[in-house]
Design a protein around this ligand. Structure first.
Ligand SMILES: *Cc1c(COP(=O)(O)O)cnc(C)c1O
Length: 454
């Protein structure tokens, strides 16, 4: 059979509250045109993020009941650790309540004033934690990764020449080399196994630890299996193990590729670093056998890790985005190609060339998609990245609208609805206008800024 179906049946449902366009226009204004300010029950299709929004399986809910809430030495922690180490062979597994808590602890070890931390592209919370420590975050993604039209199979790759030059120039101030798989901020694009290995080699040649931000490791492994020479006949767990075998540690948001509604971890091989991390963990998250989590969460994640590497799931998962990208492309909506692992990215700079980047074209698209169809998406452009550490503002490299799909949550008819909404927006594209920010916090402004139409 050629048709790729959702490889699950629905056992429990959550009704969607339908709204009118007039209602949504009023709600958006009341939220000062920030989609993070909306009530979720005023949203019809919520593609704000794939983080923690997925559906847990029947087996995960069963694991929740199995969860043991002992403060120290819970068997849930043992099951969680075994599930992580089955895929990522690190010595120390340190649970945290989210990925950013793992990043904060990592930066308490490696960050600091004047330090420089390269990656393919740091995610916004990673960048936030690096900058909060006084260090600088550097993005060294290959040029194809910033070109929405390039069909390069691994657009998340690190620019190896740029990294080598960077290390030669800054080695004294580089405490650690990082890479994000898949590259969330750059469009959910994968990193090849060869690139991961080459980055590890460069880091190690300079005596620096190599840390993977592994939030979407399973989607990344699926793309390696599909696209990288010699990988087609290998199992997803084997590919995952190879990716992490060359690293010295990882940060993880279990709200992504662990099918969790909450959770994360920091993994490290070095005993001294792990000890320092656990001290910090106890100060900020909790005892080392639960981190910031309940025992039931640890069990749900252990089960989720066994499900996320299922090939039928990964085929359906990536096909959803490829299907939407093909249809939008055929309609003339500029999209990042090829489709990413967890999301569809609309290129608002090309769709709305009349809007100045500092009037936030991607934000304008996201707001209008909500008004038209109740679809909530996320701006990844100058609102998210435009404010510089020195207080000035400059346009981001790309103005993207991210339609991130919660895992196992929406069906093909939901996908068709999204495509139709983009068609409506396409028909009125010349009338869309930009926004200005009327109020913003000191950092991470996209979450709480207020806007007004210009
Ligand atoms: C989500 C995410 C994080 C942060 O994880 P949280 O669990 O949201 O704190 C870090 N890096 C990447 C690539 C992510 O997608």
């Amino acid at each position: 059979m050629k048709t790729i179906i959702e490889p699950f049946r629905i056992k429990s449902v959550e009704p969607i509250r339908m709204t009118t366009q007039a209602e949504r226009t009023a709600k958006l204004r009341a939220a000062h045109y920030n989609l993070f300010g909306l009530h979720a029950d005023d949203v019809i299709i919520d593609l704000l993020t794939d983080s923690g929004t997925g559906a847990m399986s029947a087996e995960q809910w069963a694991a929740v009941m199995r969860g043991d809430e002992s403060y120290a030495g819970s068997p849930s922690f043992a099951r969680f650790t075994a599930a992580v180490q089955n895929l990522m062979p690190f010595k120390h597994i340190i649970p945290t309540h989210q990925g950013r808590a793992a990043e904060a602890i990592l930066m308490s070890l490696f960050g600091g004033a004047g330090r420089n931390i390269p990656s393919n592209t740091h995610f916004d919370t990673t960048r936030g934690n690096i900058e909060a420590s006084g260090a600088f975050a550097h993005d060294l993604n290959i040029a194809e990764g910033r070109d929405g039209q390039s069909e390069h199979p691994f657009k998340g790759n690190m620019d190896l020449e740029a990294l080598s030059a960077f290390m030669d120039r800054h080695a004294d101030t580089v405490p650690v080399v990082m890479i994000t798989i898949t590259n969330n901020a750059g469009g959910g694009q994968p990193v090849s196994l060869a690139n991961i290995r080459a980055v590890a080699e460069i880091a190690h040649a300079h005596g620096k630890p190599f840390i993977i931000d592994g939030c979407r490791f399973a989607e990344n492994a699926w793309f390696i299996k599909q696209r990288e020479a010699g990988q087609a006949d290998r199992s997803i767990p084997d590919i995952v193990r190879d990716c992490f075998a060359v690293a010295d540690g990882m940060t993880m948001s279990a709200k992504k590729d662990a099918f969790g509604n909450i959770g994360g971890w920091l993994a490290l091989n070095d005993d001294d670093h792990a000890e320092a991390a656990r001290v910090r963990l106890i100060q900020t998250e909790g005892f080392p056998t639960y981190g910031g989590l309940a025992g039931r969460d640890l069990d749900a994640l252990a089960q989720g890790l066994s499900e996320i590497v299922d090939e039928d799931y990964l085929r359906y998962r990536t096909r959803t985005h490829a299907y939407i990208v093909e249809r939008l492309d055929a309609m003339g909506v500029p999209v990042v190609k090829p489709a990413g692992g967890h999301a569809v990215f609309i290129d608002a700079k090309r769709w709305l060339p009349q809007i100045d980047p500092l009037h936030y074209p991607a934000h304008a698209v996201a707001c209008r998609l909500y008004e038209i169809a109740g679809i909530r998406s996320c701006e990844i452009g100058s609102v998210m990245f435009g404010r510089q550490p020195d207080g000035t503002e400059k346009p981001a490299a790309m103005e993207l609208v991210r339609l991130a799909f919660p895992r196992r949550t929406y069906t093909q008819s939901h996908a068709d609805y999204v495509v139709e909404a983009c068609g409506v927006l396409q028909s009125e594209i010349d009338t869309i206008t930009g926004f200005r920010i009327t109020k913003e916090p000191k950092a991470m402004r996209h979450f709480t800024s207020q806007f007004a139409p210009v």
